[in-house]
Design a protein around this ligand. Structure first.
Ligand SMILES: C[S@@+](CC[C@H](N)C(=O)[O-])C[C@H]1O[C@@H](n2cnc3c(N)ncnc32)[C@H](O)[C@@H]1O
Length: 216
């Protein structure tokens, strides 16, 4: 059988595609399979790797937060979101790790409360606008999320944010791009009302924390 020139070309292209796909493997089914796998693996232990207690800054300032609906962004195993649920907030937690969320539900049960959760990749997710009285963002560094926080809060709503800052390098190796620069949170949230701020350092860690309020 003889094939004309264009037919040969189509067959050749199809063959090339099959070979490339076989070598490279199937295209990923989700945006960040490596993040998801990495975190699912970290959370695949009975122990709560970040503990079961909320971060001290949240506990110290919970009385300032307006009661209502709270969103815990990257809730992980739930130490902060579950604490808010015990304080009477309706909590929704987002995270890429199903294993983390399963542990968050388990922690909620241990505390006699319930929370809602959703598996999302925050790098491909938009926060619902005008929806929350409180937003928690604890130890999850994705700078392009910050501008969405004001929009996602209801008027009068507050966000509470904490993560490691550059001084943490004195205590531990860390990729500097995931660390807050000096006063970075103050600068990033300068259009909101700043209610509390601290740059904290002790013998083994350094982090910055802020509470901001949506004014209009
Ligand atoms: C350092 S942990 C902090 C967990 C929690 N906020 C806390 O303070 O205990 C970071 C969390 O971000 C989640 N995460 C990482 N990449 C993500 C992504 N692209 N979308 C959603 N969650 C993600 C991880 O699964 C993990 O639970």
């Amino acid at each position: 059988m003889s094939l004309d020139c264009s037919c040969k070309k189509i067959l050749l292209n199809a063959l090339t595609f099959l070979i490339v796909t076989a070598i490279a493997g199937a295209p990923p089914l989700e945006a960040k399979p490596r993040d998801k796998d990495r975190w699912d693996q970290k959370y695949s232990t009975e122990a709560y790797i970040f503990g079961k207690d909320p971060v001290p800054f949240l506990k110290q300032n919970v009385h300032l937060l307006p009661k209502g609906k709270a969103l815990d962004i990257a809730i992980g195993e739930g130490r902060n979101g579950v604490y808010l649920a015990t304080q009477g907030f309706d909590v929704v937690g987002l995270d890429i790790s199903e294993k983390g969320l399963a542990k968050a539900h388990q922690l909620a049960k241990q505390n006699g409360v319930t929370i809602e959760t959703q598996v999302v990749d925050l790098e491909n997710h938009r926060l619902e606008k005008n929806a929350y009285d409180v937003i928690l963002l604890m130890y999850y560094m994705q700078r392009d999320l910050w501008p969405q926080i004001n929009d996602a809060l209801k008027p009068g709503g507050m966000a509470i944010i904490e993560t490691y800052n550059v001084d943490h390098l004195k205590h531990q190796k860390f990729n500097p791009k995931w660390l807050l620069k000096t006063n970075e949170l103050l600068e990033a949230f300068k259009d909101m009302k700043i209610i509390r701020y601290q740059a904290y350092e002790d013998n083994d860690q350094a982090y910055s924390s802020i509470i901001v309020q949506k004014t209009e």
